[in-house]
Design a binder for this molecule. Sequence first.
Ligand code: C2E
Ligand code: CA
Ligand code: CA
Length: 527
Amino acid sequence: MGKHAAIAIAWIAGLTTIVVPILVAIYLASSQSLDAEKSRAGTLAAEVLRRSDLTSEQIYAAFEKLEGEHADDPCSWSNIARMREIDLGSTQLQAVGYIADNRLMCSSLGIHGAGIPLGPPDYVNAAGTSIRAGVELPFVPAMRFTISTREKSGYAAIVHRVLPLDVATYRPDISLGLVGKDNHELILSRGPFSPEWLEGFGQAGGVRLFDGEYVIAIEPSREYGYTAYAAVPATYLDAGTRRAALILVPVGLAAGILLALVVFYLTRRQLSLPALLRNALRADEFFLLYQPLIDLQSGKWHGAEALLRWQRPDGELIRPDLFIPAAEESGLIRQVTQKVMALLVRDAAALLQLYPDFHIGINLSAADLENPGIIDELRTILQNAGVGPGNIMVEATERGFLKTEHAAQIIRDIRQMGICVAIDDFGTGYSSLSYLTTFELDYLKIDKSFVDTIGIEAATSQVIPHIIEMAKSLKLKIIAEGVETEEQAQYLRERGVHYGQGWLFGKPMPIGELTIQLEKEKKSPES
Ligand code: C2E
Ligand code: CA
Ligand code: CA
């Protein structure tokens, strides 16, 4: 997986961790709100049913009582007195009366002359009770009543149309009502009503969401021929969702951001160079290439420099300019150097045993030169490879010499073992030249940036003769780095520079190629 793909995945993961909790929060909010409205609708329908059943109980009790008297004249004063008694004794009935020929002839209120015309009933239910819904009576204008009449006796119960619906609703536009069980005719209602609400309900009743417009609950009566309903407009659902979302979304957002931060932190840590390096060390993603050092006078291969390469599992090569500084900063450079040493022993032991005068240089960092353990590590290389100290060289940059106290002693010890030490990238550092006299060294490597100026009329081109003279006076052997042209080689040769390294002579190459070249040279020593 490439780094970009990994970063893209980290982004996707990060965004997902923000978006998903919010979506979950909204989903929870809406389902929470739906649940709340469902249970409210259910409670309201049950309450309407309870009150209606109570009313029905009282209506039928009144019928039984009046019919039980077998009055010859239902509108006799004694019968009216009985009606009043029943009326006052019931909590739900406004009046009881007697109907003949669609007229209310008398009631607990008295005798109504020739009778109040009521018109035909809306319907007759299975129990033989006719229902007139929404009747207006002249003595209480603007009020509407439901009149239930026992067909066989003519006795009637008058109930305030909304009384059983006088349920405390938490909002005004919630519809409540009572419909005939089989015909779905409205008996009582409050608010808008649609017959479709009742469709699809079984006899058991329950709650369902209809059309996305209303949350509807119905409760069929077990005793009587009607069904109570409650319908909550979906706008309350949305409002409920919004209210719940107002609490849940910020919580989701906070959780999301927190999660995203964790994801970013973890992926960044995972993607960071030190983390990748640590894995690479474990997974053996490193190998060495060897670049020859040429004797500028004879043209013979004098030695080579081991240069580390890091190849990611996807094939990507990471430049040492990038990962060496990262290893130095993250304290991993010691492990990197140890890896180089192990690779060197594995690659080059056989070759070096064949060529006792040929040396391979390894690059050491400042941290290596502060750690006395490096001496043992170098000694171990010689032992494990079965080679002499002349087969190994150490290259250290000016930066490596900065911590002079320790480095001076360690370099002395390295040289004591017979291993040569070169100062690398000479001329690019910012430290004073005094360490050149403090340290005893063997080689000086002129940095490529100076070699580049050869043949160009640049001010810095004046520097190179001075470096050469200084090295000579300090009795250091000189290696010119980054020699790319014959002109540069010629210039260096003329000024007595001993060795050259660069693409003109050979690019960094695998150990196999180096071996072949050395064999060729051995067979034809004059070339
Ligand atoms: P360096 O020690 O100065 O190594 C020489 C660099 O110059 C190498 O780059 C080499 O490939 C490149 N080079 C050689 N000849 C030419 C040439 O003619 N033209 C051009 N343009 N370049 C040339 P490389 O291998 O990329 O290494 C870069 C730096 O990384 C090295 O500079 C060294 O400081 C560091 N490095 C490489 N391997 C190791 C290692 O094993 N340990 C440590 N501590 N540092 C290493
Ligand atoms: Ca070097
Ligand atoms: Ca160098």
